[in-house]
Ligand binder design. Structure first.
Ligand code: NAD
Length: 312
């Protein structure tokens, strides 16, 4: 049995789909803060769903019984929230990871696959940024909680044994997305179809990986690598600017004469890293190839979300 924390979320629910497709039995823990039951409602007998907060150790401990691998996807995914409620990432990131690791130790569960982020690199001086880059100096509270979780994981493996896969994601986009720049732009256009406000100067540049490539690469790495700690950047090896994303979303919305307005400044919000570009050579060397690069991923995602959100 596999455990997916945050299994009702965007990435988690796609991961559940893939695990079930591979014939695995899956247990999901989710508090449904941003996850949705409808993302899992197509599954019948192969999954168990436990509505529980990861901060509730007793129930997490019970849910760990009989688990082979924990896929730890749950976290507050919204970097901006960390600036308003400053203990969000400490609790939903660092403490939640501690509870997972401790419940694993108590139950003798040996394998963990963890959703980390490019946010741990902060404003890296090396582009594209490889896994060996350091020192790691995140500039968001979210990034701090991800690097804290990574270090707790390696400490647990070093002390109690087991195996870890740490995946440092680029921006992941696709169907069922519930946050992020493309999602925000579509919602803004729905509200004010004549104008689109872009936070920052629009020159922010990031890599965008499709959620299907993200899930497939995680499962590929679990299958193909077996060091005690397996650390990989997951991304596409190219970038796309926020300006280009705004243009693509407007094009796909088919709304005419939209005025794109920039709020200015190099960051979208405090803690936003203007440019992230992950070096994914290590991932490619394992034989995994993303099916889509950033722009194509963004366009596909915009088409899907416009349909899901009902812009047309
Ligand atoms: P998401 O919000 O859709 O998924 C997170 C899920 O975790 C949700 O279902 C939510 O209800 C659940 N959850 C949150 N806190 C919980 C708690 N305390 N107890 C139980 N359940 C809880 O976000 P996502 O984009 O699917 O992100 C999945 C993981 O990937 C997160 O760890 C996120 O930090 C990481 N990540 C995502 C991206 C991206 O671009 N989407 C990039 C880098 C890293």
């Amino acid at each position: 049995m596999e455990l997916v924390t945050g299994g009702a979320g965007f990435i988690g629910s796609h991961l559940v789909d893939s695990l079930v497709d591979k014939g695995k039995k899956v247990r999901v823990i989710d508090n449904f803060s941003s996850g949705k039951m409808e993302f899992l409602s197509h599954h019948k007998s192969n999954i168990e769903i436990i509505r529980c907060d990861l901060l509730d150790f007793e129930n997490v401990n019970k849910a760990m019984s009989g688990i082979e691998t924990v896929h730890h996807m749950a976290a507050n995914p919204d970097i901006r929230l960390g600036t308003e409620v400053t203990d969000t990432d400490l609790k939903q990131g660092t403490m939640a990871t501690y509870n997972i690791l401790e419940a694993m130790r108590v139950n003798g569960v040996k394998n963990i696959s963890f959703a980390s982020s490019s946010a741990i690199y902060g404003e890296a001086k090396e582009m594209p940024t490889s896994e060996n880059y350091g020192p790691l100096l995140p500039i968001s509270l979210y990034g701090a909680s991800k690097i804290a979780s990574e270090t707790l994981i390696t400490a647990w493996i070093g002390t109690f044994g087991g195996k870890a896969w740490i995946h440092r994601f680029a921006n992941i986009v696709g169907p069922r997305g519930t946050h992020g720049v493309i999602f925000d732009f579509i919602h803004k256009l729905k509200k004010t179809p004549d104008r689109l406000e872009v936070l920052g100067d629009g020159f922010q540049e990031k890599s965008y990986m499709s959620v299907h490539d993200c899930v497939n690469s995680m499962l590929h790495l679990i299958e193909k690598t077996d060091n005690d700690v397996n650390l990989f950047n997951l991304g596409t090896g190219d970038t796309c600017s926020v300006r280009r994303i705004a243009e693509i979303v407007v094009e796909e919305s088919k709304i005419e004469n939209v005025k794109i307005e920039y709020t200015g400044g190099k960051r979208g919000w405090a803690g936003d890293v203007p440019k992230t570009f992950l070096n994914v050579d290590k991932l490619l060397r394992t034989g995994f190839e993303p099916t889509r690069m950033s722009e194509e991923t963004i366009r596909d995602c915009a088409i899907n979300l416009i349909d899901e959100i009902g812009l047309k």
